[in-house]
Design a protein around this ligand. Sequence first.
Ligand code: NAP
Length: 203
Amino acid sequence: MRPKQRIGIMGGTFNPIHYGHLVAAEWSREALGLHKVFFTPSAQPPHKDATEIVAAEHRLQMVRLALKDHAQFEALDIEIRRSGPSYTVDTLEELSRRLTHSELYFIMGMDSFLDLPEWRNPARIAEISRLVVVTRPGYSFQLDAAYDAILPRPQEQLIQLEIPGLHISSSNIRHRIASAQTVRYLLPADVEAYIYHHQLYRK
Ligand code: NAP
């Protein structure tokens, strides 16, 4: 029988996308033999203050620029086209309907994983996809009782993957741009040029 396609999904606000996101996706691609990684910028993240978030079209465009040289990475506007808050469970349900004969791997940072019990329908998320939690060198975690109902079969449903720790965050990049400090080498040069061209993140 034909083997299933392994598909990674890297969700994010990407406000803006940076090398931390790209390394997480690339190391997951290699370690898990993913055929493709889809980046799905959220329209309206359910958990973030909307006032600091630039328009979804700008974030999508920056993601496209960041991925343009990688044949296996692709931006999907699935959340941006859907109205209302971008719940991950809705995105994964839609992708699993569209991508038949595929196994889905949802890639997330450790902070996101620690918040997972607060998300909408986390047990369904872990049923539709395997969770790939990227950790920094030397970091791992123990599952506590909050995950019992979400991950009844943790050995199968959860993958912890150590990646190089890049101490880069979107909020620090926004802060540096607002203070006219350099962000060179924190994110792809085309994304940096896009930010300056459109005067994003200036106070
Ligand atoms: P983000 O800030 O753009 O980050 C995207 C992912 O990259 C996060 O998992 C983040 O992990 C990770 N990351 C960022 N910087 C990193 C670095 N230097 N090294 C390694 N990993 C890094 O996006 P977000 O706002 O956290 O959202 C993540 C996804 O979760 C989105 O798809 C969002 O829609 C989803 N979400 C869904 C719900 C829900 O369905 N109710 C609620 C909340 C979030 P860290 O978190 O560890 O930084």
